[in-house]
Ligand binder design. Structure first.
Ligand code: ADP
Ligand code: ADP
Ligand code: MG
Length: 446
């Protein structure tokens, strides 16, 4: 096992990784921006270094500063968390050149899967169904032609996209040219890569994703699925496992799991990863993308599988062979996660200083965050303040536990979305278990 690792991230995920390291006896090195000098991850790590100004380019994306800190502090591995450098193949390659282990898959795998258009072809070649669509679009005229051929509605999607950005829906072929330009500009600004492809808009559909864990010895297991259809603007708000829409459909589940393992094996995947699918109620499912990193919603899987994903990320990166086979994996009970975001009722990000904090607790209630009274929520980063995760014997009990926990949560000083989460947990469509990716569009109608 590594003696010391550097965590190239901030917020709740940096704290999550530091906690796992403490339990494993691994020393930790935190890096931080000038905006985060008082942050929890800095206080909890064994060592911490300021690596630049508040803007992500200057600090959490500052590859030179991060690598310098790793080498100078004697850290032999880097955990990238999610977001920031976690899916940056160039950074993973530089880590390798400097003899530092990047805790994640190889740069080659990140590169292949990070290009969503190439990943589609990879999935197809591995025998995984993909959404009808086309390869990279050469220009607005081709976008119009393809929209006609594939049939509206379609989505124009940036190959480098992530976090719901770089996606445009097109309902009439004549609108495809303008949508193409918009998606391209948004992706150029966000990812420095404006290339886009097109997919049929699958509706009604569920976002169902499968957790994969693979070691460097060729062992691949799946750890169940997560239903992530509660989304606003293609960004997840609430996740649960098992997916209620697959109740009584273990045949579909098994096919999804097998396809995920086949694809992971085909690309020689190592570490934790997620295969995202769209699932239509007729039993068909399509590969959407692979996230080659730890997912925000990984605790949901930890609660139903009893497997600590972060610890296993570290172990497989250090060369340990997985001691369990697929048949040893047992998914039991039901888990739900609510993302607590700093935002006002109009969904605008809210920042400030936490003046008062009370977090829920109790059996199988987990609140992953980096908050404390006095913590500052700066405007430069993701607006997620924390994640509330609960587990119970049945979905109904988990919903009740989540409601009780949310009503207990008090965060003063910044605005947050727990009331919205409570509304979701009262919504009849959500409660039916058969809700789709459009749930948030008519949350207050049913
Ligand atoms: P998950 O699938 O784990 O829920 P999200 O899509 O919500 O992941 O993204 C997780 C985090 O990573 C968010 O903070 C998001 O802003 C960020 N993120 C996702 N993709 C990218 C990307 N390509 N570049 C930069 N940040 C990204
Ligand atoms: P990101 O990298 O931003 O997470 P995804 O490709 O995972 O992008 O898509 C984000 C969300 O957009 C999905 O969770 C789903 O709700 C919706 N989506 C993406 N592709 C399609 C599609 N072809 N049909 C319907 N919905 C889609
Ligand atoms: Mg996605």
């Amino acid at each position: 096992m590594f003696e010391k690792i550097l965590i190239a991230n901030r917020g709740e995920i940096a704290v999550r990784v530091i906690r796992a390291c403490k339990e494993m006896g691994v020393k930790t090195v935190a890096v931080f921006s000038t905006a985060d000098a008082e942050a929890l991850h800095v206080a909890l790590a064994d060592e911490a270094y300021c690596i630049g100004g508040p803007r992500p380019q200057d600090s959490y994306l500052n590859e030179d500063a991060i690598l310098t800190c790793a080498i100078a502090s004697g850290a032999t591995a880097i955990h990238p968390g999610y977001g920031f450098l976690s899916e940056n193949a160039g950074f993973a390659r530089r880590c390798r050149e400097y003899g530092v282990v990047f805790i994640g898959p190889s740069p080659e795998v990140i590169e292949r899967m990070g290009d969503k258009d190439a990943a589609r072809r990879c999935a197809r070649d591995a025998g995984v169904p993909i959404v009808p669509g086309c390869d990279l679009l050469q220009g607005p005229e081709e976008a119009v032609r393809e929209a006609e051929r594939i049939g509206c509605p379609v989505l124009i999607k940036a190959r480098a996209g992530g976090g719901g950005r770089g996606i445009r829906r097109v309902d009439r072929p004549e609108d495809a040219a303008a949508a193409f330009q918009e998606a391209k500009l948004e992706a150029e600004a966000a990812f420095g890569d404006g290339e886009c492809y097109m997919e049929k808009f699958v509706f009604p559909a569920h976002h169902v994703e499968v957790q994969v864990l693979a070691d460097a010895h060729g062992n691949v297991v799946t750890l169940g699925e997560r239903e992530c259809s509660v989304q606003r603007r293609n960004q997840k708000l609430l996740e649960e496992s098992p997916a209620p829409c697959l109740d009584g459909r273990d045949d579909v589940r098994e096919r999804m799991f097998k396809a995920a393992r086949d694809l992971a094996r085909a690309v020689h995947y190592t570490g934790a990863g997620t295969i995202e699918y769209l699932y239509a109620d007729d039993g068909s499912f399509y590969f959407m993308e692979m996230n080659t990193r730890l997912q925000v919603e990984h605790p949901v899987t930890e609660f139903v599988s009893d497997i600590d994903l972060v610890k296993w990320q570290l172990r497989v990166a250090a060369g340990t062979e997985l001691p369990f086979a697929q048949d040893d994996i047992r998914i039991s009970k039901h888990a739900i996660e609510c993302r607590i975001n700093a935002e006002d009722p109009e969904f605008k990000p809210s920042c400030g200083t936490v003046s008062m904090l009370h977090t829920p607790n109790g059996p199988w209630v987990r609140f992953d965050s980096a908050l404390f009274p006095g913590a500052s929520v700066p405007p430069y980063y993701d607006s997620m303040l924390g994640k509330l995760i609960v587990r119970a014997g049945t979905r109904e009990e988990a919903v009740r536990k989540m409601r009780a926990s949310l009503t207990e949560l008090v965060i003063e000083g910044v605005q947050e979305n727990s009331d919205l989460q409570l509304d979701i947990l009262e919504n009849p469509e959500f409660l039916s278990g058969n809700y789709h990716t459009d749930l948030m569009e008519h949350l207050y109608e049913s």
